[in-house]
Each structure stands twice: as C-alpha cells, then as structure tokens.
Design a protein around this ligand. Structure first.
Ligand code: SF4
Length: 413
C-alpha cells in the first residue's frame, strides 16, 4: 500500500469516526429532549385536572409544545447523523476493500485497520518524515524530550526535511518548574538550528490549583491537558494555515514518551491518529519515536551525542517535571523540597500555604506539609543536599564516559 492510499484510508477513518461521534452525540441529545418532553406531558395533564387558570394552562401547554418540538428536531438529527455515519463507514469499506480479504473492511474492526496502517507507517519513519508537511516536537526540556528531538532531527536531516521541524515548549513558569527550563529547551533547539516556539501556560500548576481549589491526580490529570496539550493544540491550526496547502496537511506531532515509564505508556503505539486535533484541513499523527528506549538507553544517547540536560538530574531527580509533580512519589517530592532549599527557592512554603488555604491534600495518601516535614528531618540528619555536575551520567554510563561528556560540553561552550 503506498503512502497516498494510506493517507486516504486514514482520512476516511477520521471521517467515519467523526460521523459516528456526531451520531452518538445526537442520540444522547435526543434522549435528553425526549425525557424532558415526557416529563412535561403528565404535568400538563395534572395541571388541567387541578383546574389551573386558563393563562397558566396555556403557558404550560406552550412550554410542552416547545419541548415536543425540540424532541422532534433532535429525532430528525439522529436520523440525519445516522445516514451520514452509514455513508462515511460505507465509503471507508469501499476504499479499504481492495486491500482486504472479503467485503468491506474484510471483517476487521476499524480500530484494527487503523492500527495496521499506522503500524506499517511507523516501520518506515523515513517515508513518514518525507510525507509530512510539518513535524512538531513537543519538548519539556527533559532527558526524554531531548533524545526524542535528537532522533527526529537526525531523520529529518538525513531526508533533507530539517526545515519541517519545529520544537514547541509549554512554559509553565518558574512557580511550577525548575529555573532555566525554557532557556534549556531553547538552547537544545538552537543546537540543531530548528525553529523554537513557546506557548505560555499563565499561572502554571499553582494558578490551576488556586482556581479549582483541588490538586489534580493520576485519575484526573487536568494539569497536563490544560497546561500543555490544550496550549499546544492551536499551533496545529496555525501551522496548517501557514503552510497554505490546497489539500489536507500532514503534521507529525512527536512526543518523547517511553513505554518503560508506566503501564499506561506500555499500551501506547509508536504512531496514533490524533482524532481530536485532526480535521479536513490537517491530519495530525502522534509519533512516539523513543517509545522503545529504556532510561539507560536515554542516558547513553545523551552521553554519546553530548546533549545538554538540566542540572536537576544530577541532584538525582528522575524527571524534569513540575517542581512538585502530582504524579511523583513521596521520596522524589522530599528530594524536590530539599533541592528547592539548596537553590534558595521559596516554593515549598508557597505550595504548602496553598494546600492549607484550599483545604485539599496534595495527594490522597499524604500532604505536602508532611513531605516538607520529612525533608526537614532528612536535612537535620544528613545536612543539605549535595551533588556534582555529571552525577547522573556517572550512575548510568560510568565515570569515564561522564568525564568525556563534560569535557566535550565544556569545549563546545
Ligand atoms: S509535570 Fe506533573 S504536575 Fe506538572 S503538568 Fe505534568 S503531570 Fe501535572
């Protein structure tokens, strides 16, 4: 199957999904409208038997007729969206039929067809890069982001597509993140000579929690959605518009996530169709170029390629996340508090004050105030946190490779 056919099929899948979603929404709206009308009818009958005034009865009757009219309109929409969904799915079946055994989608579910096409595409990343109109690499400035960007940029350079690459950083501000994160992400982009864009998430995590009066958690991870994903999403529209193509643009959205990070990430595929961000004007494929890497692989690549990383890793924090990430474990949070103190940051006091003000614990299992108390005990027993530049590399790639890395980085500075 050639690239053009795959793209046509993916677009047909997107349309079928969109049509099904519209039909499901219409169905839900009809159920609501029908329920409201059904409730209004006995009320009218009851009112009549209680001999209300003619004016009140007329008003009740008018309200009921309005609800009945809405129910009929909602029912008509269900029929329209059903027809549209059937047409979209039938178009997909016709398009896929030459590539399938049997009729329609050959008995395969749409999700299997999608996975098959995306799986083939993911196995040919050079073709993917060549076919893309733009490649957006989301970067937190962290170790996985920089290795992801390194892979994407290497492929783009090999295929003469470096001008398609843009690195995007969601800046949550220094009330949420460690100092120097945005500047680091910018230096990483400048190293390869690719465009660098920043989207600001005003208020950051602190502002979000202040507004909601609740900390996010793993089940309701609103912070990533509202502070990162939703800020970056409008860029896809801007990029597609700037391309000014007479046809649907193909945008690759590269993310530096790894399967080894969590069970949820183990279930991710190397390539996915972003149905939320895709429209008739742009197809957005989410690409996970380093899904297969382990943490050790990442540090080896950083050492080998001389990629700059943030100093918090040397203080043995495993992720360059928000200073107090709601997903972090207790020991990491204790270390983050001690690192704040070592760097002279007042964030522990500000976050615990917020926790007290809103009356909602940072985590169900423990409060941030408890974490700060534990950090204070550790400081009293062990003294202030100490670390040296290159410590994380010494742990992961060995003394000699770390020394070599530092020498090369200093020489390049
Ligand atoms: S780093 Fe943690 S706290 Fe910050 S946005 Fe991501 S999940 Fe939320």
């Amino acid at each position: 199957m050639d690239m053009r056919t795959r793209r046509q099929l993916l677009e047909s899948i997107r349309r079928a999904h969109q049509a099904d979603t519209a039909h499901a929404a219409a169905h839900r709206a009809h159920v609501r409208a029908a329920t409201a009308a059904a409730h209004a009818r006995p009320r009218i009958a009851g009112d009549a038997s209680h001999q209300l005034s003619a004016d009140d009865l007329a008003a009740g009757q008018a309200a009921y007729e309005d609800l009945a009219r809405r129910e009929r309109a909602a029912r008509a929409k269900v029929c329209r969206t059903f027809t549209a969904a059937r047409a979209a799915n039938s178009a997909l079946g016709t398009l896929y039929a030459p590539h399938a055994r049997g009729r329609g989608t050959g008995g395969r579910r749409r999700s299997d067809v999608t996975a098959g096409i995306l799986g083939e595409l993911a196995e040919a990343p050079r073709d993917l890069v060549l076919a893309a109109d733009a490649i957006v690499v989301s970067t937190s400035g962290g170790k996985d982001s920089v290795v992801c960007a390194d892979r994407v940029v290497a492929l783009a350079a090999e295929t003469g597509c470096l001008d398609k690459v843009v690195m995007v950083h969601a800046d949550l501000g220094e009330e949420s993140e460690w100092p120097g994160v945005r500047e680091l992400a910018q230096r990483q982009a400048e190293r390869w000579g690719v465009r660098f864009l920043v989207v600001k998430a005003e208020g950051g995590l602190l502002g979000l929690v202040e507004k909601r009066g609740l900390w996010p958690d793993a089940a309701r991870r609103l912070c990533t959605a509202s502070l990162k994903r939703d800020r970056i999403a409008p860029l896809f529209t801007q990029i597609a518009n700037a391309l000014g193509l007479g046809e649907q643009a193909l945008i690759l959205s590269a993310l530096g996530i790894r399967a080894a990070e969590s069970p949820a990430r183990t279930r991710k595929m190397p390539l996915a169709l972003d149905l939320r961000a895709s429209t008739g004007r742009r197809m957005v494929l989410t690409w996970h170029p380093i899904l297969d890497l382990t943490e050790a692989d990442v540090w080896h690549r950083i050492a080998d390629a001389g990629l700059e990383y943030h100093p918090v890793y040397d203080a043995l924090l495993p992720r360059l996340s928000c200073v107090f990430c709601v997903l972090a474990g207790r020991d990491v949070l204790v270390r983050a508090v001690r690192l704040c103190w070592a760097l002279g940051l007042d964030l522990p006091a500000r976050y615990t004050a917020l926790e007290e003000r809103i009356g909602h614990r940072f985590k169900q299992q423990f409060s941030l105030a408890e974490v700060v108390a534990e950090a204070a005990r550790a400081e009293a027993e062990e003294g202030a946190l100490l670390w040296a530049r290159g410590d994380v590399l010494r742990r992961h790639v060995g003394e000699r490779a770390a020394a070599d890395y530092l020498r090369r980085l200093d020489a390049a500075a």
